[in-house]
Design a protein. Structure first.
Length: 284
């Protein structure tokens, strides 16, 4: 990554050729796994990292890449990518989408299946992975969990996995039916095949325009139920700072106005009753 993104792609092209050696010189290496955050030279041999050392220690390489002023890092992995193929090549191709990924330092992308058509078959998974697509980074397809992502019948997990899919999801929408979701999870765990849920209950969020809270209440806008605003804030220390009290006050107000139950440990009877009352009235 850095000011000359396209050259990152060039390095990767070099890696893939698996021949000769390349010295990446003068870059700032950030490798959290190896706990390195310093200027380092990196020697690549046969497409693999052969040596990492402080500047000027490694001598002799077929090719050199001047990385001064650049960050050098292990390739990033994007777990949630929407490429536009199959189906909408006029917007983006696997080749152009993965070139953009490479320019940003991403060497692997997991692609979502909600293209047109939906990637719910072995054929489409194979099509995505075919060398003819011209991908310049690793493409790991995530296939649809149900046929055409309609939430009805599960896809053939076993075959999709064998064809190279790394997970299944109906991304863009949730699997709403509990029995289908349960079947997906049971089969997924048997196969060690992750099932990724689009975490939204669209029966609750239909026609909702903003996050639930005091403001939505005052503006009379149908709120989206969510607990994000009331998330725990335990790490705040010490507990008697002004900031802490402001947070508590805000959350008390939110809980009071919205009728939502605030699980902060305050557990005031008033809040709890308001919450129960809301539930009884099935306001949401
Ligand atoms: Zn998505």
């Amino acid at each position: 990554m850095g000011r000359r993104g396209w050259e990152t792609g060039a390095i990767m092209g070099h890696d893939k050729s698996n021949s000769g050696s390349l010295l990446i010189k003068g870059g700032h290496l950030i490798d959290p796994a190896a706990k390195i955050d310093a200027l380092m030279d990196i020697l690549i041999e046969g497409g693999r990292v052969a040596d990492v050392a402080p500047p000027h220690k490694i001598k002799g390489a077929d090719e050199k890449f001047d990385a001064r002023g650049l960050i050098v890092a292990p390739g990033f992995i994007d777990l949630h990518v929407h490429l536009r193929e199959p189906g909408q090549s006029y917007k983006e191709t696997i080749a152009s989408g993965t070139a953009a990924a490479a320019a940003g330092g991403f060497t692997s992308v997991c692609t979502m299946p909600n293209t047109v058509p939906v990637v719910d078959s072995v054929e489409w998974v194979q099509w995505l992975r075919s060398p003819e697509r011209g991908a310049v980074v690793n493409v790991f397809p995530i296939a649809a969990a149900t046929r055409a992502s309609k939430g009805g019948a599960l896809t053939d997990f076993r075959s999709l996995q064998r064809a190279g899919a790394v997970a299944v999801t109906d991304d863009g929408k949730p699997i709403l039916e509990d029995d289908i979701m349960r079947a997906a999870l049971v089969l997924g765990s048997e196969l060690h095949f992750p099932v990724v849920q689009h975490a939204e209950d669209t029966r609750l969020t239909e026609n909702c325009s903003m996050h639930a809270g005091a403001r939505a209440f005052r503006l009379r806008i149908t709120p989206r139920v969510g607990l994000a605003d009331l998330a725990r804030l335990d790490p705040i220390q010490p507990r008697h700072t002004l900031e802490y009290h402001l947070v508590i006050r805000r959350r008390e107000t939110l809980a009071k106005v919205s009728g939502e139950w605030d699980d902060l440990g305050l557990r005031r009877r008033g809040q709890k009753n308001a919450y129960r009352e809301r539930r009884r009235q099935a306001v949401w």
